[in-house]
Design a protein around this ligand. Structure first.
Ligand SMILES: Nc1ncnc2c1ncn2[C@@H]1O[C@H](COP(=O)(O)OP(=O)(O)OP(=O)(O)O)[C@@H](O)[C@H]1O
Length: 581
């Protein structure tokens, strides 16, 4: 019963895996055809040897006969070489096609994943799955599958020939193969378990390295290179030790397989020699072909066994990918080609009604029964001590998370009755980090509006006070910003981020401590830009700031948050009077 279940689960695992090949019908047909021909031709090799040996055994053989036999087999092996070429090409095409399609589909799945479920996997883990794991699967279901199929052909062809020509000899050469079967099964299971652990260690190493390289500046600031190197070396040693365990089992497996395979031939030849010596009628040519077929049968068995082990491993890796893939509930609708909204004359109203929120996996609510009514085009300040939930309010408005209870309205529309992009499309957010992508300044600015004209880009840059410094760069708008914008100063990065936010023609502007990471001069510049833009109105503004000057100069009203609750709302002067700010 247990065995039956194991077989059933292995076949359903493989079924999942091979479904990946189904769409590639043309390539599969090329592959199947070339595999059949090349395996068939390989199986003929011992027959060719048998022919030649038999010619040698007859001293009166004519030269013409030798040329004819050699010519016939040369043509057969020529066709075999052609089919091997086709098979290799079809396999490579298949693996790369499967990997390409899987990667695009997986990447799309990641982009569709709701932000709130994203945090369950580290980025290192995801990029390992996207690159390495998908390649392992694509490679295995093509290359290893091809080897396993050749194994089937060699084993059945070889064993069939043996049985047909001399059953007693067959029993002798197949006996070591029975031993091989149980050895392979034992080591196959052991290796699969060990390799799974090895893959986990490798992923941990990958995630660690990726995070450290992203944070290289922090490492340098804390002169922590030595500590990080030690940690990396420890993790790498764990990977190495596991790899050696795997290698040890694998080496034992191969050594036993080799010894058994050689013994199969040796015992078979020995017994064959005995049969010839007893005058049984067995020819030297037939014995040679027989010995070669027993090699084929052994080799076929070996290919089949290792193909099976590798396919099981790939099935495990594929299961992990299927687990990472989002369920329907974890996905959100995405815009394939973003549409830019027309400029609004006045921004929308925003209402938070009895909104409470607890982060997934946490128990204590971060926001507790928030009620806020922001009128169309108003500028609101959000203030409160660190950790009181100010940024979380923005996360809910931009639909990155859904409230645990309560409703959020934009222009009297409950945002959760709309796809997530509906709210995001109307919002531009400028935060402390100014996250940029590697690429040119122009790429980064047009990120919010890929169809913008150069005039619109220049206008946004002028409004963001970025035009002059961009123009002073040697490559102007084509200048590279470096990874994460590392080739720009903090103030320049922030101004590029503001230009990008403005080019989107937002209906709502969310400013999250947009100037707090800057030096005094840059802060003054960026502050000035924001004051100018915010005063221009045309959008509703929510701004998180600790700066009294900003709050006084810009806001119509302010909400004071404390431990996730709104404890006061009013104008700057009212709140000053009541000593809330
Ligand atoms: N992704 C998250 N998962 C779990 N808890 C989180 C997450 N993000 C924030 N928190 C917690 O929620 C609380 C509010 O965080 P939030 O970033 O909203 O505070 P804030 O008022 O903006 O703080 P600051 O002024 O320091 O930026 C904090 O206690 C924080 O630890």
């Amino acid at each position: 019963m247990l065995l039956h279940n194991c077989r059933r689960s292995a076949s359903s695992e493989f079924h999942h895996l091979f479904k990946l090949l189904v769409p590639e019908k043309t390539l599969l047909m090329k592959f199947a055809f070339s595999l059949t021909v090349s395996s068939g031709v390989s199986l003929c090799f011992p027959l060719a040897l048998q022919d030649i040996y038999n010619l040698c055994a007859v001293p009166t053989t004519s030269q013409h006969e030798i040329v004819r036999v050699v010519g016939k087999w040369t043509a057969v092996f020529g066709a075999g070489a052609l089919s091997t070429y086709m098979r290799r090409l079809a396999i490579e095409d298949l693996s790369n096609t499967v990997a390409m399609k899987m990667r695009i589909e997986f990447f799309e799945d990641l982009l569709r994943k709701k932000y709130q479920v994203f945090g369950e996997n580290t980025t290192g883990d995801l990029s390992h799955q996207l690159n390495s794991d998908i390649w392992t699967i694509a490679y295995t279901i093509t290359n290893e599958f091809s080897s396993a199929m050749r194994g089937v052909a060699f084993f059945t062809g070889g064993a069939g020939f043996l049985l047909y020509t001399c059953p007693p000899l067959t029993m002798i050469s197949l006996f070591p193969m029975m031993a091989l079967a149980s050895i392979s099964k034992y080591y196959g299971n052991l290796l699969r378990r060990e390799r799974e652990t090895q893959a986990i260690y490798l992923r941990q190493l990958n995630s660690f390295a990726q995070e450290r390289l992203v944070q290289i500046k922090t490492i340098k600031h804390f002169t922590a290179e030595g500590i990080e190197l030690k940690k990396y070396a420890e993790k790498q040693t764990k990977v190495y030790n596991k790899a050696i365990d795997v290698a040890r089992y694998s080496a034992k497996h191969h050594a036993l397989m080799e010894a058994m395979g050689q013994n199969a031939v040796l015992w078979c030849l020995g017994y064959g020699a005995y049969l010839i010596s007893t005058g049984s009628g067995l020819s030297v040519g037939a014995l040679t072909a027989f010995a070669m077929y027993s090699v084929y049968a052994g080799l076929g068995f070996r290919l089949l066994a290792s193909g099976y082990t590798e396919l099981k491993k790939a099935a495990g890796v594929y299961n992990k990918i299927l687990e990472t893939k989002s369920s329907i509930d974890d996905k959100e609708e995405i815009l394939i080609s973003p549409t830019i909204l027309p400029k609004s004359t006045v921004g929308p109203s925003i209402i938070f009604k009895n909104v409470s929120f607890t982060y997934p996996g946490r128990e204590i609510p971060v926001l507790d029964n928030i009620n806020l009514e922001i009128k169309s085009g108003e500028i609101w300040g959000i203030v409160g001590p660190s950790g009181c939930g100010k940024s979380t309010l923005f996360h809910l408005l931009t639909h990155l998370y859904a409230p645990t209870s309560g409703l959020i309205y934009i222009d009297n529309v409950d945002i959760h009755t709309k796809p997530a992009w509906w709210a995001r499309q109307q919002i531009s957010i400028v935060s402390q980090e100014a996250p940029l992508f590697s690429g040119s300044i122009l790429d980064n600015i047009k990120y919010s509006n890929p169809n913008a004209t150069m005039e619109e880009v220049i206008d946004a840059c002028k409004r963001a006070d970025a035009y002059d410094f961009i123009n002073n760069f040697e490559d102007k708008f084509d200048s590279e910003v470096g990874e994460g914008g590392s080739a720009l100063s903090g103030g320049q990065k922030q101004r590029v981020a503001i230009a990008r936010a403005l080019l989107k023609t937002p209906h709502m502007l969310l400013l999250d401590e947009a100037t707090s990471g800057l030096d005094h001069q840059s802060e003054k510049t960026v502050q000035g830009i924001l004051e100018r833009e915010v005063k221009n109105r045309g959008f509703t503004v929510l701004l998180i700031s600790h700066k009294i000057r900003t709050l006084k100069a810009l806001t119509d009203r302010i909400a004071v948050l404390h431990a996730g609750k709104i404890i006061a709302t009013g104008t700057f002067d009212e709140l000053k009077e009541s000593k809330h700010i």
